[in-house]
Design a protein around this ligand. Structure first.
Ligand SMILES: Nc1ncnc2c1ncn2[C@@H]1O[C@H](COP(=O)(O)OP(=O)(O)OP(=O)(O)O)[C@@H](O)[C@H]1O
Length: 937
């Protein structure tokens, strides 16, 4: 989340607290309503206080100044405090969500203060009594529930981060210290808990993408940590260290889940319990008494999933592209889900691919079944289309923020679940469903039939959003309500009859019975017709109420009585509707666990059917994922680039093989070239030839396979990957004070220290950010280390053609290159990977393609020719790297030589020290000094 503008402290320290303290001293001379405002503001120093006054939320003092700037609304004044104008701005209640969203996105917290009684109630206590008000909720980025404030297709986690005391000293990020993370999406009840190490924390944060992270002040003091939280898209909120209380966490969690023992949900460490404690406490604090739905927590963290660090996630553009958008990411390319919850499920699984082959196989079985059975797949997707977000509707109702439409949404969701259950039941006699699908069906089949019947009977077909005005209960559901409504409508008919009678009695044809909010019902005639009604005998019946410019208004005893009957019938009907709403909400609350489970199962079905749909339409195949060390992709494609080419109607995507480990049992499929089989492939080739695309597509195929998806290839066999690393020649990270080279080295170090023989490492032009020889030597040593020590599977793209010599020296290193064709001094990219090393870099041809001016291209050709000649002349006297200069890299000394000998060199060459007298030697020395001082620059 960009531009986080404030950090706030629940413990009440900082600017807010100081302002509030000043405000306290102001209580003494404040008016009663001002004193109420100041008291509430003092209790909420770090939030913008939205103070309900009638149809507006008003903001005062500094809050008004801040909000008016942030929202672009007018700043006005209202009254004075201590002789100074009070700044004020207001947000209309009916547009509250829209303004809330804008403030939350900019990193503010909002305390919503409501009127807790009717102003009429207050007046009973005396003319000057102030309406009772209090804060009913703190709105923070991690505790949102409203549809308008949430992205339907993304989770919104509140994450509590706890670092146990007594771990290693020093910064947390990058360390081996253990951190516990507890994450809850209060809009759905999704809950996950786990531990990770400081070194894996950035990757976990990016995976979780929390809306807000709470941690102790001392933990958030680490700038690197807050930077990572921000990069992951979250707001960092400090909370008191004391709220990380493991015992309280255990007690709270048991209470929320309604169990006496947590054993059924796994074993939680003390640190995890402490994180859970702080999390639940913060939810309490912000929701003020309202309890969220909490699903049984899932244990996540190191070991359960393929570990992908933050840099790799960014470099592979898994859920967001480099520009921060969803578009252009892998998620965008593969997301064919038809519901919001399905999309959230897909994003969560993509962010955390599995690492155990059995789990992956089970998921693949389910997808494969739906790939094969097009009829079931399409029927399933059709039934899911338009199913509302069950989980979020249940959660809103639990928080008392739901409306009739949420109830109807639950009915619609249960209806869809029932339809799907029946659809599959009709098939199940004939078909053996894979176990994962069977389990999903079992979770939805026949669930909630009673609740569904109740909701259908009670609700009208298209109920309104808000419960406030009624109109959502079906006629016939509650006889007492029907009676009240009949009475109300009947009285309206009586009112219409009254009007006709009064027209007859007065002879005024234009007489009307009207209604407004101030007068209620009244009789209206024009000025011209008013006279007889003001005189006897009509004035006996018609009592004057108001004279307007053109009209005169009257009332009658009968009118007042009828109005009373209408109002009380309407009030009674409304009260009865609210009762029905409360009953239905209670029925939903009683079925909460079942509904959450049905919602989760529907989301998983949507996700599975979407992957099958994708596989079918994009020609993906089922990968083999096992415990071997194989990595054999035949005719692999890049899922995102392929779609982009299709959209742009560009040429076809050229499929390529990648073999970093073959299993001898599988013969090479017919029609495929024999590619080198080596753990490390060094990929050379000109710029723009497709190296990066090739590297990334193989990493993406591994991610897709391990999340349980089919993959864009003709065949794929992957020995399960434990850690995935992908680095692209890094950009500067100036914001964090690191040069390109430093970033690269830190990241390379991370890979060399963490990769194992099960890992997949993709390195794209590492070492470019420094002097040629330094970079080359580091790249050389890194490849040797990966080969000898780590033994990971590696794709290494490089412009250091000297590195290709490693293929001859190390047993499991092979060279491949991107095929290009030269045609009339132009270069044609074939995008095909073939065995061997590049012989030329074609940089100048690529520069020409890019539109460099012709004189620059010409001059570059001359310089290149000189460089190449001089490099050949230099021979091989500089050790192993120089022995195999496949391509001359730009070296400063070569450039000097390329210019040809200058006057100084010529004069020096002409000297033969053995033939010089001391006097002649001294003269020669003076001459050389003179030539040197005549030289330009
Ligand atoms: N296999 C392919 N089939 C078709 N087009 C491709 C293929 N691979 C790459 N391309 C096209 O070529 C463009 C350049 O590819 P890529 O960025 O992978 O090249 P590169 O060799 O890594 O270049 P550089 O060294 O400059 O980063 C891509 O944007 C894509 O449009």
């Amino acid at each position: 989340m960009a531009g986080r503008e404030r950090r706030r402290n629940e413990s009440g320290e900082g600017d807010g607290a100081a302002a509030a303290a000043a405000a306290v001293s102001a209580f003494a001379d404040a008016t009663p309503s001002m004193a109420q405002y100041l008291e509430i503001k003092t209790a909420n120093p770090d939030s913008l206080l939205w103070y309900r006054m009638g149809d507006f939320y008003e903001l005062f003092f500094e809050d008004a100044v801040v909000a008016s700037q942030a929202l672009g609304i007018v700043l006005t004044k209202r009254g004075k405090h201590r002789g100074e104008d009070i700044p004020m701005c207001g947000v209309p209640v009916h547009r509250a969500d829209e303004y809330l969203e804008r403030l939350i996105r900019r990193g503010y917290r909002v305390a919503v203060c409501e009127q807790l009684e009717d102003p009429a109630e207050a007046r009973k206590r005396g003319a000057k009594a102030v309406v009772r008000r209090d804060v009913v909720r703190l709105v923070t980025p991690g505790t949102l529930t409203e549809e308008t404030l949430l992205d339907a297709r993304a989770r919104n986690y509140l994450t509590a981060l706890f670092q146990a005391p007594g771990g290693p000293e020093g910064p947390l990020i990058g360390s081996t210290a253990t951190v516990a993370l507890a994450s809850l999406d209060i809009s759905t009840g999704e809950f996950e808990v786990g531990e990770t190490r400081g070194v894996d924390l950035p990757g976990e944060l990016v995976r979780l993408a929390p809306g807000e992270v709470i941690a102790a002040d001392s933990v958030l003091a680490e700038a690197d940590l807050t930077a990572w939280i921000e990069r992951a898209g979250g707001a960092a909120t400090p909370v008191p260290a004391a709220s990380f209380d493991g015992l309280a966490g255990e007690r709270d969690l048991k209470a929320r889940l309604g169990v006496a023992d947590l054993g059924a949900f796994g074993v939680f460490t003390r640190s995890e319990m402490a994180a859970i404690g702080a999390l639940l406490r913060y939810v309490d604090l912000t929701q003020i008494g309202k309890k969220p739905i909490v699903r049984p927590p899932r244990r996540m963290g190191s070991g359960a999933a393929l570990t992908i660090d933050a840099a790799t996630r960014a470099s592979l553009e898994l859920v967001r592209s480099t520009s921060g958008e969803k578009s252009g990411s892998l998620l965008d390319a593969i997301d064919c889900t038809v519901t919001g919850p399905g999309a959230r499920e897909l994003a969560a699984r993509l962010a955390a691919p599995l690492s155990d082959p059995a789990g992956i196989e089970a998921r693949l079985d389910a997808v494969a079944f739906l790939v094969d059975d097009e009829a079931v797949r399409d029927a399933l997707r059709e039934a899911l289309k338009g199913v509302p977000d069950l989980a979020r509707a249940v959660s809103r109702l639990a928080f008392g923020r739901g409306g009739p439409r949420d109830l109807a949404g639950i009915a619609q969701g249960l209806d869809a679940a029932d339809a799907i259950g029946r659809l599959l039941a009709s098939k199940s006699q004939k078909i053996d469903f894979p176990s994962e699908l069977q389990q999903l069906f079992a979770r939805i089949e026949g669930q909630g039939a009673d609740l569904l019947a109740l909701l259908k009977a009670a609700l009208v077909d298209d109920p309104p959003h808000l419960k406030r005005d009624g109109g959502f209960v079906r006629r016939g559901y509650r006889p007492a309500l029907d009676e009240a409504l009949a009475l109300r409508d009947d009285s309206r008919r009586v009112m219409a009859a009254l009007e006709t009678r009064y027209v007859d009695e007065t002879g005024v044809k234009t007489l009307k019975v009207r209604h407004n909010n101030i007068l209620g019902y009244f009789i209206e005639v024009t000025q011209a017709n008013a006279k007889p009604m003001l005189d006897a005998p009509l004035n006996e019946t018609f009592r004057h109420r108001q004279t307007m410019a053109n009209a005169v208004r009257f009332t009658t005893v009968e009118l007042v009585e009828t109005e009373g009957r209408i109002a009380s019938a309407a009030d009674r009907a409304l009260a009865l509707e609210q009762d029905v709403f409360a009953e239905l909400t209670a029925a939903v609350a009683a079925a909460e666990r079942m509904l959450s489970d049905v919602a989760a199962a529907l989301a998983e079905l949507d996700h599975t059917a979407a992957l099958a749909h994708l596989a079918h339409h994009e020609r993906y195949v089922r990968p083999v994922v096992d415990a071997s060390h194989a990595f054999e992709i035949r005719a692999g494609r890049h899922p995102v680039v392929e779609q982009a080419l299709k959209r742009a109607r560009g040429g076809p995507f050229v499929a390529n093989d990648c073999v970093l480990g073959r299993t001898e049992t599988v013969p090479l499929p017919p029609g495929f070239d024999e590619m080198p089989d080596a753990r490390i492939w060094l990929v050379t080739g000109p710029n723009m030839a497709g190296k990066s695309t090739f590297l990334r597509q193989n990493a993406l195929i591994a991610v897709l396979a391990q999340m349980g998806s089919f993959v864009p290839a003709a065949e794929a066999h992957i020995g399960v990957v434990d850690r995935l690393f992908s680095r692209v020649g890094a950009a500067d990270d100036l914001a964090r004070g690191r040069s390109t080279f430093m970033v690269e080295m830190v990241e390379t170090a991370a890979i060399l220290n963490q990769a194992t023989a099960r890992s997949l490492v993709v390195l794209d032009e590492i070492g470019r950010g420094t002097a040629t020889f330094d970079g080359l030597s580091i790249a050389w040593a890194a490849v040797e280390y990966l080969h000898e020590e780590t033994q990971a599977r590696v794709l290494f793209a490089t412009h250091y053609h000297e590195l290709t010599a490693l293929a001859g020296r190390l047993a499991s290193v092979a060279n491949v290159t991107m095929d290009v064709k030269e045609w009339r001094d132009e270069i044609v990219f074939l995008h095909r990977v073939k065995a061997g090393a590049a012989d030329r870099s074609y940089g100048i041809q690529v520069a020409k393609l890019a539109g460099l001016p012709p004189p620059v291209i010409e001059r570059a050709r001359e310089v290149l020719a000189l460089l190449e000649t001089s490099d050949r002349k230099r021979g091989s006297k500089n050790g192993p790297l120089e022995e195999l200069p496949l391509f001359a890299a730009a070296r400063p000394q070569s450039v000097l030589q390329a210019r040809g000998p200058g006057p100084l060199e010529t004069a020096l060459d002409a000297l033969n020290p053995d033939e010089l007298t001391p006097r002649a030697a001294l003269d020669a020395l003076y001459r050389l000094k003179r030539i040197r001082s005549d030289e330009p620059g």
